[in-house]
Design a protein around this ligand. Structure first.
Ligand code: FAD
Length: 392
C-alpha cells in the first residue's frame, strides 16, 4: 500500500498530524499498536491553548460532545495543606484519555485517514529521497514521509543507522542496537500512576496539585462525575518505603499527605491503578533521519504544567504543515528537518525550561510552603509563572 504519509501512534500527536494532512488532501495512514478506546496514565487536564488547535483541526465540536469539564482554577497544596489558588489565563478542559483519544481516532477515520489499530511498527527503511518502507506486525506500507508520534517510549527511533537508513524497533527479536552508547537520561527516575474515583471532595473546574517529597499528585474532575487521580513519583522514594505496588504506594501517600487524604475521604475507586515507568523530562530531538517526531517522541514536558497534550497536538500540526508544504512543492525535502526543528524550538523550548525550574518547588517540602506563601502574596507573579509554562 502506498501513502503520502505514514503516521506512527494514535495518542494525541498522531491523529492531529494525520487529520491536518488529510484535510490538505494527502493520502495518510495512521498506525496504532494498541486498540482504542483505552485508558492512559495522564492527568487528563487539557491546557486552555488546546482548544485553538482542536478548533483548527475541526474536532472541537466532537470534544465538547464528550462532556469535558471546563477548568478555570489551578490549585497547589503542600502536604500540610497550605493552598494557592490561581485563575488560569483562560479555561482549560478536563476529559478522560479514554474518551479524548477515541474522539481523535474517530475524527481521523472520518477524514479518510487509513487507520490501522493492533498494528505495531517494527522497522522503517529508506530516506526522504527514496521514500520509506514501513514494516508492521500486519504488513508493509510505503510512504514518501513518516511522522513518528509514538510517545515517550521511543528510544528505538534513535537507533537510526545512517549507512543503511534503517530503524528497528527493539521489540523485534532480530533487533541489534546500532548505538550502544544510548544513555538513560539523568531524570529517568520517575514513574506515573493513574486511577479514576467517584465521590472525591474536589470541586468541578479546579485542577489540584498535591506536592510531597519526591513527587506530586494531580486531581481533576473529568466527565460524568469522575475524578482522575494521577501522580508522578520518584522510584527512590518508592523503594525506600518498600511500597512497591500501586495500591501500597497510594496508601502510604495518603498517610503522608493529610490534604490529599482529606480530598479522598469516602471516595470509591473505579478502575485498577494504571502505571507507567522510566519517565524522563526534556527534549529528545525533533527529527531522525528525515522522519519528523512529534508529541512526546520529540520531548516530554513535566506533567505539572498540564501542557503535554497541547504540545503533542500542536507539534502534530507543525509537522503536518512542513510535510504538507513539501508535498505541494513549497519546501525542498532537504529543508524540512531544519524548518521543523526551528519551529519546534521556537514554540516549546521555553516551556520545557520553565517546567524544569518549577518541579523542585513542588517536590520539596522545604520549598513548597514558602513558594505558596510568596505566590499568594503576589498573584501577578503566580499568573506570569503559569503563562511562562505554556509559552505565552
Ligand atoms: C503522570 C503523567 C501525567 C500527565 N498529565 C498530563 C496532563 O494533565 N495534561 C497534559 O496535557 N499532559 C499530561 N501528561 C503528558 C501527556 O500524557 C503526553 O504528553 C501525551 O500523551 C503525548 O501524546 P503523544 O501523542 O505524543 O503520545 P502518546 O499519547 O503516548 O501516544 C503514543 C501512541 O503511539 C503508540 N505506539 C508506540 N509505539 C508504536 C509502534 N511502534 N507502532 C505503532 N504504535 C505505536 C502507542 O500505543 C500510543 O498509543 C502526563 C503524562 C504523565 C506521564
Amino acid at each position: 500500500m502506498n501513502f503520502d504519509v505514514v503516521v506512527i501512534g494514535a495518542g494525541i500527536a498522531g491523529p492531529c498530524a494525520a487529520l491536518a494532512l488529510a484535510r490538505r488532501g494527502a493520502k495518510v495512514a495512521l498506525i496504532e499498536a494498541g486498540q482504542l478506546p483505552r485508558h492512559k496514565v495522564c492527568g487528563e487536564f487539557l491546557s486552555p491553548e488546546s482548544q485553538a488547535v482542536f478548533t483548527r483541526l475541526g474536532v472541537m465540536e466532537a470534544i465538547n460532545a464528550g462532556n469535558p469539564i471546563p477548568v478555570s482554577t489551578g490549585r497547589i497544596l503542600s502536604r500540610q495543606g497550605a493552598t494557592l489558588d490561581t485563575p488560569l489565563p483562560s479555561a482549560g478542559l478536563a476529559l478522560s484519555r479514554f474518551r479524548l483519544d477515541k474522539i481523535l481516532w474517530d475524527a481521523a477515520c472520518d477524514a479518510e485517514v487509513e487507520c490501522f489499530s493492533h498494528t505495531r511498527v517494527r522497522h522503517i527503511a529508506g530516506t526522504l529521497a527514496s521514500g520509506f518502507t514501513i514494516t508492521t506486525t500486519t504488513g508493509e506500507l510505503c510512504a514518501r514521509h513518516v511522522i513518528a508520534a509514538s510517545g515517550r517510549h521511543t528510544p528505538w527511533l534513535d537507533n537510526y543507522d545512517t549507512t543503511t537508513s534503517v530503524i528497528k524497533d527493539p521489540a523485534n527479536p532480530q533487533f541489534k542496537t546500532q548505538n550502544s552508547k544510548l544513555k538513560t537520561p539523568r531524570s529517568a527516575q520517575f514513574f506515573g500512576l493513574k486511577a479514576h474515583f467517584r465521590g472525591t471532595g474536589i470541586e468541578p473546574g479546579v485542577v489540584e496539585l498535591h506536592g510531597w517529597r519526591g513527587g506530586y499528585c494531580g486531581l481533576v474532575q473529568v466527565e460524568d462525575g469522575i475524578t482522575n487521580a494521577c501522580l508522578l513519583g520518584c522510584y527512590e522514594i518508592m523503594k525506600r518505603q518498600s511500597q512497591r505496588t500501586p495500591e501500597a504506594f497510594w496508601q502510604w501517600l495518603l498517610q503522608q499527605s493529610p490534604a490529599l487524604s482529606a480530598r479522598m475521604q469516602g471516595a470509591t475507586q473505579q478502575m485498577d491503578w494504571l502505571a507507567t515507568g522510566n519517565i524522563a523530562f526534556g527534549q529528545v530531538r525533533p527529527t531522525t533521519g528525515g522522519i519528523l517526531r512529534c508529541g512526546d517522541a520529540a520531548g516530554f514536558i513535566d506533567p505539572l504544567t498540564g501542557d503535554g497534550m497541547v504540545m503533542a497536538a500542536r507539534s502534530g500540526e507543525l509537522a503536518a504543515a512542513v510535510v504538507g508544504a513539501q508535498l505541494s512543492g513549497d519546501v525542498r525535502p532537504i529543508d524540512m528537518a531544519p524548518l521543523y526543528a526551528a519551529a519546534w524550538q521556537r514554540e516549546f523550548s521555553r516551556r520545557l525550561h520553565w517546567a524544569a525550574l518549577l518541579r523542585p518547588l513542588l517536590m520539596s517540602p522545604v520549598l513548597t510552603t514558602p513558594a505558596i506563601a510568596l505566590l499568594s502574596r503576589m498573584p501577578s507573579l503566580a499568573q506570569r509563572t503559569v503563562a511562562n509554562t505554556r509559552g505565552l
